[in-house]
Design a binder for this molecule. Structure first.
Ligand code: ADP
Ligand code: MG
Length: 696
């Protein structure tokens, strides 16, 4: 018998209803205060909560607990401890105290810290984030935690995200006060992240070292059929994939993740899942869980999920659309155009804060999504370009222009549009939702940031978004708080902002080459690769920005810069080594076998008689031998180059990987892919694109 979804949903989460039911009233009230105000929890309360949590978890089959955290690797980390405690009589009891709930000390010396944690002080500690509920996953009670060094430096992706949420709360509240919103207690950003991924057959995956080591195919000629027919997008979901999706939904629902949408994506074997949006830090936790479960459940169905940004050349890569908005605790979406002049003025002000933030901080937004994997996607012909711009839609752009130029918005209106005095002309919502090529699109009541890569934590992008918008709101509040006449000050501020930043608004086709030229004329940044983008992070003005909002200090930023740069270098190093390995051990020997077969046939044909046509074998042998020679030469050069890079400093080696090694890898791939197209399936040493993409 199937359980009802409504009963199943959140059944493995120690959420508010469970707390209310299981905790003594005053404990519950204290905990609520902690959650709302971010106050520290005292040990008495923590003990009571821990005990209730343990009983609840044990009833549901849990035997262990873990502090679940998000180190700089981008994936989640957990170390399990069982609840057992010897009772002194040869038996055990199940125990879990407040101390274990609040704080953990994983021996975490092997996580990347970018030099923040000296080895003699290798220990970091984890601290419970009570704003994210504990949950049970695989018999383990998971407690969402932040991960810091003993000096208090953040070593993870959660801590700065929580800090950035505080920053935007502080500044947005100042603005809301000015508009007289007395009932609002706090402001939070909300996120719904659409997750794209590929599924391939597990048996084929196992034969591809590139997929195993690098997560993407480093070789592979295009198949006769790609995505040109557009028949996969929103197509009927195959039963094997549907079975996987059903199980994925069920498991996510149990964990309280509101999985909502599932469909086939554009490329063959590509899919998407999207949840209903939630508060940013919960959405981030839930996206991490979603990625983990996609991978785990795929295996149960003899599939492997690829979360890489560009697993296959020649077809679309995978991204993660980060839908972002700002919301009050009274349920008002601050990026939703309102019905009254007064609501509209407030909406326009928040809208302008985002526009100004994106224009002034293109560098930070770009680098927040910069990884070796995403470099293959951004700027290719399917994803947003590496240039940041905002899509607002024609209607809203017109309205802003009218405000800027102090003229009537449409022929019908006789009066000039005055912010705060007039209602915004209604514009159809779906008119804003049609552009698919913009990296940052307004979609009616939220912004959709489409650049994040499919494998990345969404934390990085949201830390930047929250902080840069907080900074603009601070500047606005500084001006407005001392303005003698608020309505005219708001009007002037909006007008000036539009005037100063309209270069960032672009409603056209972002894939068009003409846009690259146009963007250059407008003075927009075009940071094509990760090593181009990352150094902006540690520019003085950016360190000042993050420090002033208490999101990062200078040390944390330098360490993160180093970690991201190292990750780029390591990723390319692994890819280069994998290519060398596959070429030397698989491709070149396979081609030799093929050449031998052709040569044998050629000799036999000649024995039959002079008149027998041997053109196929003769030419194939010559061509294949040439290509094989070229592949061998490229591989040898690649080996030398990889060896030589070891002596370089971090920045120089990142540049060398980007400029020299990546180019050499492409050269090697070119001859190998050409060899694939002429080698018989029997000899080619691993499954081709045809099997990987159409084999399910
Ligand atoms: P698309 O047309 O881009 O495929 P979807 O409907 O699949 O759009 O996804 C939109 C996402 O935006 C969903 O995850 C949805 O919950 C989320 N979303 C909707 N409203 C908000 C909001 N106010 N804040 C953040 N995310 C939101
Ligand atoms: Mg989308």
């Amino acid at each position: 018998m199937k359980t009802k979804v409504t009963e199943m949903f959140g059944s493995m989460v120690f959420d508010d209803s469970v707390m209310r039911e299981r905790l003594p009233k005053d404990t519950y009230r204290e905990l609520q205060k902690t959650i709302q105000d971010g106050r520290p929890l005292n040990i008495k309360i923590a003990n009571a909560v821990a005990n209730a949590m343990k009983d609840w978890a044990v009833e549901r089959g849990a035997t262990h607990y873990t502090h679940w955290f998000q180190p700089m690797t981008g994936v989640t980390a957990e170390k399990h401890d069982s609840f057992i405690s010897p009772d002194g009589h040869g038996k055990v009891m199940m125990e879990f105290g407040g101390k274990e709930l609040i704080k953990g000390e994983p021996d975490a010396s092997s996580f990347p810290s970018g030099g923040l944690r000296a080895t003699f002080e290798a220990r970091g500690y984890t601290a419970w984030d009570p704003t994210s509920y504990a949950f049970i996953k695989n018999h383990v009670l998971c407690i969402p935690t932040a991960f810091c060094s003993y000096s208090g430096h953040a070593l993870d992706k959660k801590t700065p995200l929580l800090r950035s949420m505080q920053a935007i709360n502080r500044q947005a509240m100042r603005i809301l006060k000015l508009f007289g919103n007395e009932d609002v207690g706090s402001v939070k950003t909300t996120v719904g992240s659409e997750q794209e991924y590929f599924l391939v057959d597990k048996a084929y995956y196992r034969e591809r070292k590139d997929l195993i080591y690098a997560g993407r195919t480093l070789f592979g000629a295009p198949t006769p059929k790609g995505q040109e027919m557009e028949d996969h997008y929103f197509g009927t979901i195959k039963s094997r994939v549907q079975a996987f999706m059903d199980e994925l939904n069920t498991e996510l629902w149990k964990l309280g993740v509101a999985a909502k949408t599932e469909h086939n994506e554009v490329a063959p074997a590509q899919y998407e899942i999207a949840p209903v949006f939630s508060t940013t830090n919960i959405a981030t936790d839930h996206n991490q869980l979603t990625m983990e479960l996609i991978q785990r459940i795929a295996k149960k169905h003899d599939l492997v999920a690829l979360l890489h940004e560009k697993p296959f050349a020649g077809i679309n890569g995978s991204g993660k659309h980060n839908n972002w908005s700002i919301s009050t605790d009274t349920g008002v979406n601050l990026l939703e155009p309102g019905d009254t002049p007064y609501e509209n003025a407030q909406f326009l002000l928040f809208l302008c804060a985002v526009i100004k933030a994106v224009d002034e901080h293109q560098d930070l937004l770009r680098l927040s999504v910069a990884t070796a994997g995403n470099d293959h996607r951004l700027g290719a012909n399917e994803a947003p370009p590496a240039i940041i711009s905002i899509f607002l839609g024609d209607e809203l752009t017109e309205i802003l222009k009218a405000i800027e130029e102090e003229r009537a918005y449409s022929g019908k209106e006789k009066e000039l549009m005055k912010v705060g005095a007039h209602v915004l002309p209604k514009f159809p919502k779906d008119a804003t939702d049609r552009n698919r090529t913009s990296p940052f699109a307004f979609t009616g009541n939220k912004f959709e940031f489409r650049m994040p890569g499919s494998s990345a934590s969404i934390s990085g992008a949201n830390i930047v978004l929250n902080t840069v918008v907080a900074d603009e709101l601070r500047q606005f509040a500084d001006v407005l708080e001392i303005a003698p006449d608020l309505p005219s000050a708001v009007h002037a501020l909006i007008k000036d902002t539009i005037h100063g930043h309209h270069r960032i608004i672009f409603n056209g086709n972002g894939y068009d080459d003409a846009w690259i030229e146009e963007a250059k004329k407008r003075g927009l940044l075009n940071l094509r690769t990760t090593p181009d983008a990352l150094p902006y992070f540690i520019r003085e003005e950016n360190i000042r920005l993050f420090e002033s909002h208490g999101v990062f200090d200078a040390e944390e930023m330098h360490s993160r810069y180093e970690i991201m740069m190292e990750e780029y270098v390591k990723t390319l190093h692994i890819e280069a080594q994998t290519m060398i390995d596959m070429t030397a051990k698989q491709i070149l020997p396979a081609v030799s076998r093929q050449i031998r077969e052709w040569s044998d046939t050629l000799c036999l044909k000649r024995q039959v008689g002079e008149q027998v046509d041997t053109s196929y074998e003769a030419k194939a042998v010559a061509m294949a031998a040439d290509l094989q020679g070229a592949a061998f030469a490229s591989m040898e050069k690649l080996k030398e180059e990889v060896a030589s890079v070891q002596q370089l400093e971090l920045e120089a080696s990142a540049a060398y990987y980007r400029d020299v090694i990546l180019t050499r890898m492409e050269e090697l791939r070119l001859s190998c892919d050409a060899l694939e197209t002429m080698t018989s399936a029997q000899h080619w040493p691993f499954p081709t694109y045809g099997k990987l993409l159409f084999g399910i």
